[in-house]
Every structure is written in C-alpha cells, then in structure tokens.
Design a protein around this ligand. Structure first.
Ligand code: PTJ
Length: 245
C-alpha cells in the first residue's frame, strides 16, 4: 500500500487504486483489471465522482428488481472482489442470495483466491463455476457457471462486466442489474437496470435501498420496476456527461 496522505486532494481515488493493486498482488484481480479500473476512473471523473440522480433512480429500481427475484445471484469478478468484499457479503446476507465467482480472464487459481478472499470477509458459502453448467450465446470463460447459481437465476447482479455475458444472460431470459460507470458500454446497454456509478458508492446505497424496500408489498415493487426505462437512464447519464459546465 502506498502512503498517500489524507490531505491529498485525490486521496479517495488513490486509495481505491491501492485496493486494486493489492488485489492484483494477492492474486484476486487480473492484471487487466488495472486497465478496467482506469477506464472506470475516467468515466467517474466525467460524472463528477458523485452519485447522480440517474444512479439513485436506478438503485431504487435495482433494489426492487432484486427483491422481486425468486432466485437472485450476485456475480463476483476480480475487480469488485478487491474493491468491496465486505459489501458483497452484506448484500448477499440482506438479499439471501448466493455469491458466485465468475471471471472473464480464465484462471482456476484466481477463482479460488476470490473465494478465499470472500470467505475471509465473512462469506460462508461461495458458488464456483462448474463445467456441467454452461450459459448459451457465449464462448468465453464466463459461460461456466454454477448449476444452482447463475444457471438457475432469474435475476443476476453483475457489477463491472465486460458485455458478452450480460447479453447472453438477457438472451436466456434472465434480468441483469449492473453497475457500470460507462453508460455507452455493451453491458450498460444490454442490462435490464444499469446503475451508472462507481461500485464503491453504489453498493452501500443499494444495500440501504434493499433494506428500506424489503417489507414493501409485491405490488409496490412491481410498480417501481414497471415504470423504469433503462435507455432513458443511459440517455440521462450520457447527457449529464456531455453537458457543458
Ligand atoms: O476478473 P475478471 O477476469 O472477470 O475481469 C474483470 C474485468 C473488469 C477486468 C473485465 O470484466 C473487463 O475487462 O471488463 P471491461 O470490459 O474493462 O469492462 C469493465 C467496465 O466496468 C467498464 O465499462 C468500466 O468503465 C467499468 N468500471 C471500471 N471500474 C468501475 C467500473 N464501473 C463501476 N465502478 C468501478 N469502480
């Protein structure tokens, strides 16, 4: 870890970089994760490094969607595991949804390192990809899933994705709730609900929103989801980024 002084104007951002670097060093995060993080940083800069209203609205809908799910599953890759292990476990507990390791850059060792990392942060059971359950419409390593996890899920929470699997999951009739700082990405466009925000800000807010909505009648949750348009959210985020300041 670098010794960034708290007084540094980019303290928060630099600490996040430290987390990703630590993730790479401990075998949790792929080396490619550094580039993905940098791309995220650039978009975060453009949205003012704050959770904007388009994200707050999507978090509200994402929470309702996850609460309505019969079999929600939380997909975990090397970046989100390094950044937010405690919050992933908290989300899994509040939703009573399993965490499932699913990575793009194939590595058995890294899958095991992610599981061990989640276990160290309190996860009891972490589902792992299995050869016998494969997603359709996708050729990458992400096609291998757990038969009782993503394979059977009706709603999958997929923070920080690379696009292909999100499209495949949607084609298979599953709903994807994602967090992606880039409103132009394939994931953002293919998902049912896209939270355009940094996962480090969005995840605590999503957990709070799920707690706030969890005793709501099904009809109220259905009303929340039925009024949502993901393309309008992406349009709002893109307009926000492009507007003159
Ligand atoms: O662990 P693996 O092998 O599954 O690999 C994970 C990464 C993220 C490396 C892999 O999925 C990948 O290459 O993703 P992409 O195609 O770079 O897409 C990542 C998306 O997440 C981009 O649209 C980024 O803008 C966005 N992003 C990066 N960091 C954050 C983020 N979105 C929200 N919060 C972030 N902190």
């Amino acid at each position: 870890m670098s010794d960034v002084p708290e007084s540094h104007p980019r303290y928060v951002s630099l600490k996040l970089r430290d987390k990703i670097v630590a993730g790479v060093e401990s075998g949790v995060t792929s080396i490619h994760g550094l580039m993905a993080h940098g791309r995220g940083e650039a978009f975060d800069y453009l949205i003012g490094e704050k959770t904007q209203t388009f994200a707050i609205d999507a978090i509200h809908v994402g929470a309702a969607t996850l609460l309505l799910a019969e079999h929600p599953v939380i997909s975990v890759n090397g970046n989100v595991a390094a950044l937010m292990p405690d919050e992933l476990v908290a989300l899994s507990n509040v939703l009573e949804a399993p965490l499932e390791v699913n990575i793009f850059h194939a590595s058995r060792e890294r899958e095991r390192a992610i599981r061990a990392h989640l276990n160290q942060h309190g996860a009891v059971d972490v589902l792992m990809p299995a050869a016998e359950a494969q997603l359709s419409f996708i050729d990458s390593n992400r096609k291998f899933v757990h038969p009782e996890g993503i394979f059977r899920a009706d709603v999958v929470f997929v923070p920080l994705e690379d696009g292909d699997r999100c499209e495949a999951l949607q084609k298979m009739g599953k709903t994807v709730v994602t967090v992606d700082l880039n409103p132009l990405s394939r994931t953002a466009k293919a998902a049912g609900v896209t939270i355009v925000d940094n996962v480090v800000r969005a995840l605590p807010l999503l957990i709070q929103e799920i707690q706030a909505l969890q005793d709501s009648p099904k009809g109220i949750l259905q009303e929340i989801t039925s009024q949502y348009s993901n393309s309008k959210t992406l349009q709002a985020a893109t307009q926000w980024i492009c507007r003159e300041r």
